[in-house]
Design a protein. Structure first.
Length: 254
C-alpha cells in the first residue's frame, strides 16, 4: 500500500531545528521584541493614567485650597466692616443724634447686601457702589469741619459685575486711618467706569500711632490676596504709602 500523500509532503517539508548549533533551544527574537513592546506600551499607558489622576487630584486640591482661603478672607472682611459701622451708629445713639434712625436704615441696607449678595463670587457693580455710598454716608455723620471729603462716581455702572467688598476694604481704610479731630485732613474716593474696566482711586492722610501701625493693612492684605485669586493678571494695583499720604490706584478688567 502506498504511503498517504501527506506523509510525503510532511517528510519533504523543511523542518526548523528545535536546537541551534550550540545545543541550546532556538529563540524567536521577533516574538520577544513584540512582547517587550506590548509590555512597554501597557506600562506607559498605566503610568500616564496614574500621572493624569495625580495631576487631577493636585489641581482639585489646589482649587479647594484657593476656595477655602477665599472664603476665609471674605469671613475676615465682613465682621470687621460691620464692627466698625456698628460702633459709629452706637456713638450717634449715645449723643441722641437725629440721624440715628436714617443711619440704622443705611446699615440695614448694607447688611442686606452683605448677607444676600456678598456671599456670591460676583455681584452687580451698582450694588457694590450703593453699599459704598451708604457706608460713606454713615461715616460723614462723624466728620468735623476739619475733614474735606471728595467722593466722585463717573461712568455707567449698569450690567457690570465685580467681586463683592473688593473696593470696600480700601474705602474703609480711608476713614479708619485718614481722619483726625485735631488736624485738617483731606479724603478722596473716586470710582470711574470706562467700557469694560473700572478704575478706583483713593487717598488719605495717615494718622496712626505705633499700636495702630502694627495693625494697619490687615484688610488691605486680604484684599490683595482676593484680587490675585479672582482677577489674576486682569487687575493692576498700585499702593503708595509715603509723605504721610496713603494712595491706592486700582484698575480691574471686568
Amino acid at each position: 500500500m502506498p504511503p498517504p500523500p501527506w506523509n510525503n509532503n510532511f517528510e519533504n517539508r523543511p523542518h526548523k531545528p528545535m536546537f541551534n548549533r550550540f545545543g541550546g533551544p532556538n529563540i524567536d527574537i521577533i516574538s520577544i521584541f513584540l512582547f517587550l513592546i506590548i509590555v512597554i506600551i501597557g506600562f506607559t499607558q498605566e503610568t500616564n493614567k496614574q500621572l493624569r489622576l495625580t495631576t487631577q487630584r493636585f489641581l482639585q486640591a489646589e482649587a479647594e485650597k484657593a476656595h477655602a482661603e477665599l472664603s476665609f478672607l471674605k469671613a475676615q472682611v465682613n465682621p470687621h466692616f460691620l464692627f466698625n459701622t456698628l460702633n459709629n451708629i452706637y456713638t450717634l445713639a449715645i449723643i441722641k443724634d437725629e440721624n440715628t434712625a436714617p443711619s440704622i436704615m443705611k446699615l440695614s441696607n448694607i447688611m442686606r447686601y452683605i448677607t444676600d449678595e456678598a456671599g456670591c463670587d460676583f455681584v452687580s457693580l451698582q450694588s457694590e457702589v450703593d453699599c459704598i455710598t451708604n457706608f460713606i454716608a454713615l461715616q460723614k455723620l462723624r466728620l468735623t469741619k476739619k475733614t474735606d471729603l471728595n467722593y466722585e462716581l463717573t461712568g455707567n455702572f449698569e450690567n457690570k459685575k465685580i467681586a463683592p467688598l473688593i473696593l470696600m476694604a480700601f474705602v474703609e481704610n480711608v476713614f479708619k486711618y485718614g481722619i483726625s479731630n485735631h488736624k485738617s485732613n483731606s479724603l478722596t474716593i473716586k470710582i470711574n467706569v470706562q467700557n469694560s474696566s473700572i478704575n478706583f482711586y483713593c487717598q488719605n492722610t495717615i494718622y496712626r500711632d505705633k499700636k495702630n501701625t502694627e495693625r494697619t493693612g490687615i484688610g488691605i492684605e486680604n484684599t490683595k490676596q482676593r484680587l490675585r485669586y479672582i482677577y489674576g493678571d486682569k487687575h493692576i494695583l498700585n499702593i503708595k504709602d509715603n509723605d504721610g499720604l496713603f494712595t491706592v490706584n486700582l484698575a480691574i478688567l471686568l
